[in-house]
Design a protein around this ligand. Structure first.
Ligand code: ME8
Length: 525
């Protein structure tokens, strides 16, 4: 197992901070859950290293300003109401974030000002004339090459080719960040220093291709106050507000108290070890943020995981389109563990968009209930207890070493499971990791059916061996399931009487079940 390195910095993991322009949907829940799986996994793997886990809401900008106006509310009240929904979602989904940042918090505001001043002092911010196509939905400028104008339905509309969002031509005086200075150093980072920085690899290749082939233009980082009143004022020039993305990306620094430095002289808790984002915001996290970090002489994020999207009828689920599935309803109806299981199992490959499907959700509900819940009930039934009476106790090793034992394959597979899951998790293959656990449970169910310990003709010794193997399978699976379905995993381990201090990852291999402590007939779901 991986042990502590000399770098005793807390593990730092982040999700995006979401726009509270509407209530959250399944896509937001999914990102939170994926982040949480990694956070919980890290805590189990290295129990001595604290995990900082940031989530939050991105509250400035035109999109929020406009949405609040439509509701007839002052933007701060509007944000208070909706931000609370994102926080409630994280709580209901048992997401173990340690901090929930709102960009309207004074602490965040201070970080943004301080970064602005630092970049300004280095001559990396200048005032210039800027024109381009702005999308309020996407909160970014597009170049003429990135948009399309359609005239078929009367008035011409211009939209972003990438997202389909409507754009408007803007010409104004803005502050610019010298992003163009960082093209070579970013390329060097992605090609030589950290060639696996972005996962899945297709996104890494895409970013390298952009940096190699497209001109990296300076970034407009402010808007005239007359257009954008809901934002952090530019230090020293209150006629301008800071661009919402520049503000938002700094939340990852604000979340660990930047610019505060510890006794080492380093920014404590930096860098981020893992950023989970959707592929829609890759450019901001893979180009803009790293450039700002290089400008600040800070180390870059170690790893970016850019996942694909949940779709409805092949269209991206989005607040702007309104084609959303309600995560609160889903949790209410199926229970949090089933939803987490479905999101991780189906969405754990990160590469392809997936249609949200009630039918698939129900299928996965049945799968885990049967493989885990029913299995536990079957193995701890009074019939089996009675059928074991008088059997000579044997250790798992003895059961395994018996060449005729029908439990051998299961024992071996279950022993290999923690390492297998770890290998997948370290490669960020969350779907495969969970799949490996499901495979062991499937084999366990098959083994149980083959041995049929409830049959009168099965000798008590065989019932005992089958029962002992099953309890151990459940224990190992229970430990390994903790990051994914924390509630069910806790109930499995509680029912097996596994002490709290024996649930860390290393115990999956080292521990054992104390039969005296097992509570029979528990319902796990
Ligand atoms: O972009 N499928 O906020 P946002 C999967 N505030 N994930 C989805 C999704 C879908 N259909 N829809 C949204 C912003 N997401 C900025 C981020 S970070 C400094 C600022 C998830 O509310 C996914 O993680 O539009 C995506 O990247 C994020 O929500 C966008 O949320």
């Amino acid at each position: 197992f991986r042990t502590l390195t000399t770098d005793s910095k807390p593990y730092y993991i982040t999700t995006p901070i979401f726009y509270p322009n509407a209530i959250p949907h399944i896509g937001h829940l999914y990102t939170l859950v994926i982040g949480d799986i990694f956070a919980r996994y890290q805590r189990l793997l290295n129990p001595k290293t604290p995990v900082n886990f940031l989530a939050g809401t991105d509250e400035h900008g035109l999109k929020i300003q406009k949405a609040a106006q439509l509701k007839g509310l002052p933007p701060n009240e509007f944000c208070d109401q909706l931000s609370a929904q994102f926080r409630r979602l994280a709580e209901q989904a048992q997401v173990s974030n340690t901090v929930f940042m709102r960009t309207t918090q004074p602490a965040h505001h201070e970080t943004v000002e301080s970064v602005w001043r630092a970049l300004d002092a280095k001559g990396l911010i200048y005032k210039g004339d800027y024109s381009g196509w702005y999308s309020i939905t996407d909160e970014c400028f597009y170049t003429p090459a990135q948009v399309n104008t359609i005239t078929s339905t009367g008035a011409p509309t211009t939209t972003s080719i990438e997202t389909g969002a409507v754009v408007e031509w803007q010409h104004e005086q803005n502050y610019m960040f010298r992003l163009s200075h960082f093209r070579t150093s970013l390329l060097k980072h992605y090609i030589t220093a950290n060639p696996a920085a972005i996962f899945p690899p297709q996104h890494h290749a895409h970013i390298v291709q952009i940096l190699e082939n497209e001109p990296l233009e300076d970034l407009s980082v402010s808007r005239p106050r007359s257009r954008l009143s809901w934002g952090v004022p530019v230090p020293g020039d209150p006629e301008h507000s800071i661009y919402v993305w520049f503000d938002a990306l700094l939340v990852y620094l604000a979340g660990i108290g930047y610019p505060w430095k510890g006794s080492s002289g380093r920014v404590e808790g930096w860098p981020v070890d893992l950023q989970v984002i959707g592929k829609d915001i890759l450019r901001f996290h893979a180009i803009y943020l790293p450039a700002i970090l290089q400008a600040l002489d800070l180390p870059l994020q170690k790893q970016l995981l850019a996942h694909a999207h949940w779709t409805v009828e092949q269209k991206k689920m989005s607040k702007s389109l309104g084609n959303v599935a309600d995560p609160f309803d889903a949790i209410q109806e199926f229970g949090v563990d089933i939803i987490r299981f479905y999101l991780a199992r189906v969405g754990g490959r990160f590469r392809d968009d997936t249609d949200w499907s009630r039918e698939q959700l129900e299928k996965h509900d049945r799968e885990i209930q049967s493989l885990l819940g029913n299995y536990f009930l079957r193995i701890t039934s009074p019939t089996i207890q009675a059928r074991m009476a008088g059997a000579q106790p044997r250790s798992l090793q003895q059961i395994h070493d018996d060449p005729t034992s029908p439990n051998r394959e299961l024992i071996q597979t279950q022993r290999d499971l923690p390492r297998k899951v770890q290998t997948y998790m370290d490669a960020m293959e969350v779907g495969e990791a969970l799949g490996a656990i499901v495979d062991v449970l499937r084999l366990a169910n098959k083994t149980l059916t083959d041995i049929a310990p409830w049959k009168k003709t099965t000798p008590p010794e065989d019932v005992y061996a089958c029962h002992a193997t099953a309890l151990e399978t459940l224990r190992v699976a229970g430990v390994c399931l903790q990051p994914f379905v924390p509630g069910v995993a806790r109930r499995v381990l509680d029912a097996l009487g596994v002490p709290a201090e024996e649930r860390a990852w290393a115990w999956a291999e080292e521990g054992s079940v104390d039969r005296e402590r097992v509570v029979d007939g528990e319902r796990l779901f």
